[in-house]
Design a protein around this ligand. Structure first.
Ligand code: PMT
Length: 402
């Protein structure tokens, strides 16, 4: 588990040092992110020494042009790598920026970029806490699902008495632990994900394949792991590395994918078929490299429909298919949902630029018999989360019915 601890500028900033230790005692890695104001109160070195990680102190941390680029995109990498974002202490300024989506520094950008649960522990002067602007910002954040650890009452550093003092560190850490466990909504599930393309041999050097990179399937695998699932990943030759904690079976052909999927099906509670499986393969595979000579005809035969075989054998599993369409997108997807008897289908229009095959983004519609969820263009990570939200709903329904 890894959390980002945002430290913003207040006299209570020094207390965050103990929070780092308390989280580490619970086996959690901590990435500290300090606002510019926080650095006026505590030196980054303190947190670096405690956390054992480089402290992030700004959006653009180096003069080297390459480092600048890396630093500018770091918030996306960290946003995806963390299981929760905690801000302690959170100033009135940070709350206002979070509430209004103002991404003016690393911490506020990280808040917008992460889909992990967010916990904030405010600390400020009593009048700032009571101000209508702060209270309305807190209300916005609460409605958005941000957990607020209310400040304690007492004598404040500004000399006034009342609410505004940072909550006890143990209370803050307890709120983080609760947020982490609430996000483990796939704990106890075994999610079988297929990803990437298949390759169907023509001769010893050539094959038929497609443009799938594995990114969509790997994002689902990674997100399911984060949400507490055991993940069995059956992958065709993908362009990227598989998530560390996934149990990976590598395959090349549709036939190998079928065998791997059917072997793992009895252990699975959820099957998500993101792979772009070849629909056809050469009827015969030439034993030697086919020589170049004028025109050539390749005779193809259909591959086995893995999804259909899964549905035929399934008992209690939730089965989600993907559909790559280029025309009549929704209509074709609905037909696949019905004809393949799926619990849900995720359809993407792969004729659109910048989404679908071999891109970091996707735009999908998740269709189940009872619900249609539109996910406009966003990262594949975000799409994966929305697909898993739907899986959680479908699993709840299956568990109630069985
Ligand atoms: O890998 P990326 O670069 O990230 O790209 C992601 C993606 C575009 C591949 C992904 O979002 C996607 O659309 N995956 C499904 C691709 C596909 O094969 O769609 P289809 O409409 O042809 O197939 C429908 C479903 O049947 C799919 O779940 C597929 O896995 C399954 N199928 C297809 C053929 C076959 N022989 N057996 C199957 O099980």
């Amino acid at each position: 588990m890894k959390i980002a601890l945002g430290v913003s500028g207040g006299i209570a900033a020094y207390k965050a040092a103990e929070i780092v230790r308390l989280l580490q005692d619970r086996g959690i890695r901590v990435q500290v992110v300090m606002t510019a104001a926080a650095q006026e109160f505590v030196r980054p070195l303190t947190f670096a020494a405690l956390s054992g990680e480089k402290v992030i102190t700004g959006m653009f941390e180096s003069d080297e042009s390459q480092a600048n680029v890396e630093s500018a995109i770091e918030h996306i990498a960290i946003a995806q790598a963390i299981d929760a974002l905690l801000v302690a202490p959170a100033t009135a300024d940070v709350l206002a920026r979070f509430a209004h989506g103002i991404a003016s520094d690393f911490l506020s950008t990280l808040y917008l970029a992460t889909t992990a649960p967010v916990v904030v522990a405010p600390a400020m002067n009593v009048n700032m806490w009571n101000h209508a602007a702060t209270q309305s910002n807190l209300e916005i954040l609460r409605k958005r699902g941000v957990r607020i650890v209310d400040p304690g009452k007492g004598y404040l550093a500004c000399g006034m008495t009342g609410p505004g003092r940072l909550a006890e560190n143990e209370t803050i850490v307890a709120a983080v632990m609760e947020a982490l466990s609430a996000w483990q909504d796939l704990a106890g599930e075994t999610v079988l994900v297929t990803a990437g393309p298949t390759r169907e041999k023509i001769d010893p050097v050539r094959y038929l394949t497609n443009r799938s990179s594995g990114r969509m399937g790997y994002a689902i695998a990674e997100a399911a792991l984060r949400r507490g699932a055991r993940v069995l990943l059956v992958s065709g030759p993908a362009a990227i590395a598989a998530p560390d904690a996934a149990e990976v079976t590598r395959v090349e052909t549709a036939e190998e994918m079928l065998a791997a999927v059917l072997k793992l099906l009895p252990q699975s509670t959820v099957v998500i078929k993101t792979a772009a499986v070849a629909d056809f393969r050469p009827k015969t595979v030439a034993a030697q490299k086919i020589k170049r000579k004028g025109e050539m005809t390749l005779e193809l035969e259909p591959t086995v429909d893995i999804l259909a075989e899964v549905v035929r054998r399934k008992t209690f599993q939730v089965v989600v298919g993907f559909a790559a369409e280029t025309e009549n997108v929704l209509e074709n997807a609905r037909k696949k949902l019905a004809s393949k008897s799926l619990d849900a289908i995720v359809v993407n229009d792969v004729s659109r630029d910048g989404v679908g095959f071999n891109s970091d983004h996707n735009a999908v519609t998740i269709i189940s018999p009872s619900e249609v969820v539109e996910v406009p263009e966003t990262s594949k990570w975000e799409v994966a989360q929305r697909v898993l939200d739907q899986v959680v709903r479908l699993r709840k329904r299956t568990t109630i019915l069985t």
